[in-house]
Design a protein around this ligand. Structure first.
Ligand code: 4GY
Length: 249
């Protein structure tokens, strides 16, 4: 089954430029995913092409009105086969993380609503939107970047999208840990050495070093990620080693 994404936005060209390149671009070329862009302007009910109006209660800023957005969502649903799921991107949403990415991967057609200005009429969120998501605790100027984040993160988890050498990158977060450090030639630059074990050719020792550093980094930089993760006795030992070697203990 081809997975479909539709983005409803005032700036479709911004979305299409990003999605043409790299991993997502090749997923489109391979026919693994299909992307549809809907220009919200096409669904304006006003002669002047506007889709927004001022906020009830007063104050500055404009709000996307119900009729054009609702019409755009309906059109998106009609033009796709199978079930559709409407996502709205905003700071009020549920935190979008790798675990959520894997839940969303199984949906047939994802419609992403990219807001602008002060946002959209709450009745759209209540009646037309299936889930509301945040990509982080900061405020952006629009939902376009978050919609790209959603499409990118989901697409790279679909089987066949990544080549085998790239797949490892997904593992690094799917295992709930931060990635281990990477190095490339030269082995020494201005006195800075690549860790000896990585040059040893001993694959068992290398895997152990990588696991140890992934655990250690996660413990130091993002202890929150470890708090609900089961660590085996082996992992605990590796973590203890890391903390000792790096003078944390
Ligand atoms: N953070 N995560 C975010 C955002 C800004 C709708 C226009 C975020 O997902 N979206 O900051 N969006 C948008 C929200 C109105 C500004």
């Amino acid at each position: 089954m081809i997975k479909q994404f539709t983005v409803i936005t005032l700036f479709p060209e911004f979305i299409s430029d990003y999605l043409r390149i790299g991993v997502v671009g090749s997923a489109v070329d391979k026919g693994i995913i299909k992307l549809n862009l809907i220009d919200l302007r096409d669904f304006s009910v006003a002669r002047n092409g506007r889709i927004d109006d001022s906020s009830y209660g007063g104050g500055p800023g404009m709000v996307f009105a119900v009729p054009p957005v609702r019409a755009a969502i309906t059109s998106a649903k009609i033009n796709a086969s199978g079930d559709s799921h409407v996502m709205y991107m905003s700071p009020q949403g549920t935190c979008f993380d790798q675990a959520r990415v894997e839940d969303l991967r199984d949906l047939e057609h994802i419609i992403i609503l990219a807001g602008r200005y002060e946002g959209i009429d709450q009745r759209l969120i209540d009646q037309d939107v299936d889930s509301e998501w945040s990509v982080g605790d900061y405020v952006l100027s629009g939902g376009e970047l978050p919609s790209l984040i959603v499409i990118d993160a989901i697409t790279r988890t679909i089987p066949g999208v990544l080549g085998s050498d790239e797949s490892a990158k997904n593992d690094s977060f799917s295992n709930g840990l931060l990635d281990f450090p990477h190095y490339t030639r030269p082995a020494v630059i201005e006195g800075a050495q690549v860790p000896q074990v990585l040059l040893s050719g001993n694959h068992l020792e290398i895997a152990r070093w990588r696991r140890k550093n992934a655990l250690g980094r996660t413990y130091v930089e993002r202890p929150d990620l470890l708090s609900n993760k089961f660590l085996s006795d082996g992992d605990r030992e590796l973590l203890r080693e890391f903390l000792q070697e790096n003078d944390f203990l």
